[in-house]
Write a protein that binds this ligand. Sequence first.
Ligand code: HEC
Length: 396
Amino acid sequence: MDPYINEWLNLVIRFAHLITGIAWIGASFYFVWLDNHLENPPQWKADKGIGGDLWAIHGGGFYEVAKYKLAPEKMPTTLHWFKWEAYTTWITGFLLLSLMFYVGAESYLIDKRVAVLTQFQAIALGLGSIVVGVGSYEVLVRTKLREHGVILGVILIVIGTALSYGLTQVFSARGAYMHMGAIIGTIMAGNVFFGIMPSQRALVKAVEEGAVPDPAYGLNAKLRSTHNTYTTLPVIFIMISNHYPMTYNHSANWLVLIAIILITAAVRQYFVLRHFGKQKPMVLVGSVVATIILAFAIAPRATEFTAEQKRQTVNIAKVQAIIEQRCASCHSATPTDDVFTIAPAGVVFNDMTSIEQWAPRIKARVIDAKDMPFMNKTQMTEQERELLAIWIANNS
Ligand code: HEC
């Protein structure tokens, strides 16, 4: 595909994914908040079967919200379902995953330093991991375990950790992270499709037929939407994770991801508890402390230049030649790379001034983290990294 057309498709789909995702998560946050703020209704409302009462002001208007214990006597003419937010987020997410990591598998998903895969193998593994992840959840949530939230949670974390590890052993680090995101996102959309919608349809049908709805339907939908509550923050982190190489490029990146999933789920728990009027600041403090510990634990060991490196010198022309050969195919005003047709991150090395300007980041990416050149596409040698290290040692 023409890289320029690919870029535009990427922009349009990502934009749509972001907007639909905001709509879905926004609605999810709102309804969790709503549920947790309902108060006992006055008697005349209780007599109508209303179990929760809430007043709000927004955008210059008063809103009176009532939640029925079970269902209204008569179906209203218009009933809003909030399902397309979830479905369109999943559809746009799947399109984006396919465009970037499957159409562009050679650049983004396959990292030959991790595993030598063909495009077909990589896509099969990617889709397979989603089926396994979502399948395990769908099986477990249908068993008795559904009534034991904590045990179910622990089992799911163990499976998630295994998947996270497995994915990082076959894919590029970014590809592995994004597949974890795809698995969690698909579980969430599946909760709507396989759990919440059928339960709600059954509820509506019962009301329409004038029957007393089985409370099990409401409870089933509630359980699945509670699960979604705890996966929202982890999945949002994964969406933005590709901007943070310190997470996905770490040698234990699979564990880093699980740690961040647990921390962000705990943050969500703090807000859920707070809605109920339960102030548990320690949950939030614990998350912050855990984040700081994680940050220290994964800090890249900044290479201390040796006396030897400081003593040696390297010709400027040599430095320029290395950058020209190994970086400029992407980082120039007119890149020649087949995928990156515009200088990534706006980093352009066109002369010695710009190279010097970026020296601290060149050290971070080429010498400390060693994750530039991107997937070592231009096959930079250790010796060349050493020469750049000597040059930076002399100039810092
Ligand atoms: C195949 C294309 C490609 C090549 C070759 C390449 N890069 Fe990059 N570079 C990228 C991409 C994509 C990004 C943005 C994503 C990221 O930061 O991981 C980037 C981002 C950067 C950044 C900015 C992000 C930051 O951490 O500040 C720096 C600096 C950088 N590269 C340095 C280099 C150097 C130095 C080389 C040569 C040794 C090089 N790159 C070779 C693709 C490339």
